[in-house]
Design a binder for this molecule. Structure first.
Ligand code: ADE
Ligand code: ZN
Length: 336
């Protein structure tokens, strides 16, 4: 549309994308072949990268998506695989006008396959350095814990010496909480977030995506998070909405993701206007761009097509995203 050049040029920060969610069907088939990984013959979706992409357009829920998402991890084995994955994302992001990205990864789902933390971290770190040098794109890594696993397993991962060392080295800026939300409330993960806060890590958690507004409250009260990932169910609790507005907690909203995973019927039903009118700070993000059919700019474009925002609305969104980033003030000044 005619808004495309304007939206492309906006100075963007992305706060909610899973690096593993940048694994396109094309890259999945390429890595499977390179690493001799057998794709399941029982699911016809894996016939070719085209049939897999077609299957990705028909997710029925968060859990339906997660099954494909975690399966795809099996092709990520060597440092170079993680580097290729992240570099592919940074190139897309830069083309879309992203200046700074704070990206998630899920170490537990790799460690259980025998891939070491060092392999993952070296690969991602190499891509981050290249993105800063060649694209001028700065980034931070956020280590996510998987809420569908027993909380003690997350505590164990958090306490691994190599994980703690990556915090000390400031190679990882903070912690997040993701995966299947229903029946896995934030309160179960206090034992990670308490110590994480004490050692100065930044804190965020997925909440109010498929789960209730109560989980947003639990993330704020029990985990003391600074941001809420998704948070769209906030509209069900007006009192909590006022509190989030007063505290200035930022939501990292993912409009296309919400539609593809059936949390919203269309981008029109994602409460963008309500959040703007209520003074809620939020950024607009891609979540798992290779699975949901759009990187960040496509999310901006679909929000514009559905909600007809003004230039001033977009300036507010981009300013809040810059100010809500976990980068040094000097970097924020350059982006503002
Ligand atoms: N892991 C990757 N994408 C996710 C999402 N949208 N919600 C929860 N966990 C995820
Ligand atoms: Zn997410």
């Amino acid at each position: 549309s005619s808004f495309h050049p304007f939206l492309q040029a906006l100075p963007k920060c992305e706060h909610h994308m899973h690096l593993e969610g940048a694994l396109t069907p094309a890259l999945l088939f390429q890595l499977a072949s390179r690493n001799n990984v057998q794709l399941p013959s029982t699911d016809p979706a894996y016939t070719s990268h085209e049939t897999l992409l077609a299957r990705y357009s028909r997710f029925s829920s968060l859990d339906d998506f997660l099954q494909y998402y975690y399966f795809a991890f099996s092709v990520l084995i060597h440092e170079i695989d993680f580097e290729s994955l992240a570099w592919d994302y940074f190139q897309h992001a830069s083309k879309d006008g992203v200046l700074h990205a704070e990206v998630f990864f899920d170490p537990q789902a790799h460690l259980t396959r025998g891939v070491t933390f060092a392999t993952i971290l070296r690969g991602f770190t190499a891509a981050r350095k290249r993105a800063e040098a060649e694209l001028g794109l700065t980034s931070e890594l956020i280590c996510c814990f998987l809420r569908h696993l027993p909380p003690l397993e997350s505590v164990h991962t958090f306490n691994l010496p190599e994980v703690q060392a990556s915090f000390d080295a400031q190679e990882i800026i903070g912690v997040g909480l993701d995966s299947s939300e229903k029946d896995h409330p934030p309160s179960l993960f206090k034992e990670i977030y308490g110590p994480a806060k004490t050692r100065g890590l930044r804190l965020t958690a997925h909440a109010g995506e498929e789960g209730p507004a109560q989980y947003i409250k639990s993330a704020l009260d029990d985990l003391a998070v600074e941001r809420i990932d998704h948070g769209v169910r906030l509209v069900d609790d007006p009192q909590l909405l006022r509190r989030v507005q007063q505290q200035g907690t930022m939501l990292t909203v993912c409009p296309i993701s919400n539609v593809v995973l059936r949390g919203a019927e269309s981008v029109k039903d994602v409460p963008i206007r309500k959040f703007l009118d209520s003074g809620i700070k939020f950024s607009i993000n891609s979540d798992d761009p290779a699975y949901f059919g759009g990187y960040i700019l496509e999310n901006y474009c679909q929000v514009q097509a559905a909600h007809h925002l003004s230039v001033q609305d977009w300036e507010t969104i981009c300013r809040n995203a810059i100010e809500g980033s976990w980068c040094p003030d000097g970097r924020k000044q350059v982006m503002l």
